[in-house]
Design a protein around this ligand. Structure first.
Ligand code: 0WD
Length: 265
C-alpha cells in the first residue's frame, strides 16, 4: 500500500512542459501519460496546426477534469519560443520539468550516403533537433524557480554510424553534448539535464527513416531483452528522471533500448 501511494505521488505538485506531441503514438504523449499517472500536471506545446488538432482531441478524450494548457511553439522561431514561454509564465507560478521530444530532418537526408548531405539539410537537422534544446532550456530556466529537470530524446545513431540515420545521428551527437554543457551551466540553479537514448519505436518521425523495419528486427534478434521497447517504457523513465528519485543524476544519457547498445555481434 505504502509503495503504491509513493508511486502515485512521485510527481505530485510538479508542473511539466511537454514539447513534441504529434499524435497518440508520439513518445511525448507517452511521457505525458506517465507524468500524469504519477500525479504531475502537464502543459503541452505543439508546432503544426495538425498536431494542435490531434492534441486537442487527445486532451478531450484523456483529461476528464482540468484541461491542460496547450500552447503553440515552433522551436525554429525565437519569437514563437518567447511567446510560448511567456504564455506559460502567465498561467503557472513555476515550472518543474521540461520534456524536449522534438527532431526534424528532410526525408531526402535520411537515406543514401551521409557524405552527400547538403549544407541546408545539415543546418536544418541540427537547428531543429539539437539547438532547440539549448533554446528551450534558456526559455524555461527563469520559470524553474524551485530547480527542475529537463529530459530530451536521443538515439544510438549519436554514438554509432547507423545506416540511413545519417545527419540525424550527427544532430543527436550534438544533442547529447548539449545535454552535458547545459547540465554544467544549469546545475548551479538546481536544474538537471539528461537524455534518454530510446530504442526504435514506430511513430510519425520514424516513418521518415528508410529501412526502419530492419532496425526493429535487428533489435528483436540481438537485444538482451529480445524485443523492442515501447513508448510507455520510455515515458516511465522520463517520469523517473523528472522526479526527485533522480535528484543526483545530471548530464547523463540513459539507454531505454532493451540493452541493444551493449551487445557486440
Ligand atoms: O524510434 C523512434 N521513434 C525514436 C525517436 C528513437 C529514439 C529517439 N527518438 C526521438 C526523436 O528523434 C525525437 O527527438 O524522440 C523524439 C520524439 O520522436 P517521436 O515521438 O518518434 O516523433 P513524432 O511523434 O513524429 O513527434 C516529433 C515531433 C513533431 O511532430 P509534427 O508532425 O508536428 O512535426 O517533433 C516536433 C513536432 O511535434 N517538432 C517540432 N516542434 C516544435 N518546433 C519542430 C519544431 N520546429 N519540429 C518537429
Amino acid at each position: 500500500m505504502l509503495e503504491r501511494e509513493m508511486r502515485l505521488h512521485l510527481l505530485q505538485g510538479k508542473t511539466i512542459v511537454v514539447m513534441g506531441v504529434a499524435n497518440r503514438r508520439s513518445i511525448a504523449w507517452a511521457a505525458a501519460e506517465s507524468i500524469r499517472k504519477l500525479g504531475g500536471k502537464v502543459i503541452f506545446t505543439y508546432r503544426s496546426d495538425r498536431a494542435g488538432r490531434e492534441l486537442q482531441k487527445l486532451c478531450e478524450d484523456g483529461f476528464v477534469d482540468e484541461k491542460p494548457l496547450v500552447v503553440q511553439c515552433d522551436v525554429q522561431d525565437e519569437a514563437s519560443l518567447e511567446a510560448a514561454f511567456a504564455a506559460i509564465a502567465r498561467e503557472t507560478e513555476a515550472v518543474d520539468g521540461l520534456v524536449h521530444s522534438i527532431a526534424h530532418a528532410r526525408v531526402e537526408d535520411l537515406q543514401g550516403e551521409f557524405v552527400d548531405t547538403p549544407r541546408e539539410g545539415f543546418d536544418l537537422a541540427l537547428e531543429t533537433s539539437a539547438y532547440s534544446l539549448v533554446a528551450a532550456a534558456r526559455a524555461v530556466r527563469p520559470l524553474m524557480k524551485r530547480g527542475g529537470s529537463i529530459v530530451t530524446m536521443s538515439y544510438l545513431g549519436a554514438e554509432r554510424a547507423v545506416p540511413n540515420y545519417n545527419v540525424m545521428g550527427v544532430a543527436k551527437a550534438a544533442l547529447e553534448a548539449s545535454v552535458r554543457y547545459l547540465a554544467r551551466d544549469l546545475g548551479a540553479d538546481a536544474i538537471r539535464v539528461n537524455a534518454i537514448s530510446a530504442g526504435p519505436i514506430r511513430t510519425l518521425a520514424a516513418k521518415g527513416v528508410r529501412g526502419f523495419n530492419d532496425v526493429l528486427h535487428a533489435v528483436e534478434e540481438r537485444a538482451p531483452l529480445k524485443r523492442n521497447v515501447t513508448a510507455e517504457e520510455v515515458g516511465d523513465v522520463t517520469a523517473f528522471l523528472l522526479s526527485d528519485l533522480a535528484r543526483g543524476v545530471t548530464g547523463e544519457v540513459i539507454h531505454v533500448d532493451g540493452g541493444y547498445h551493449i551487445v557486440g555481434i
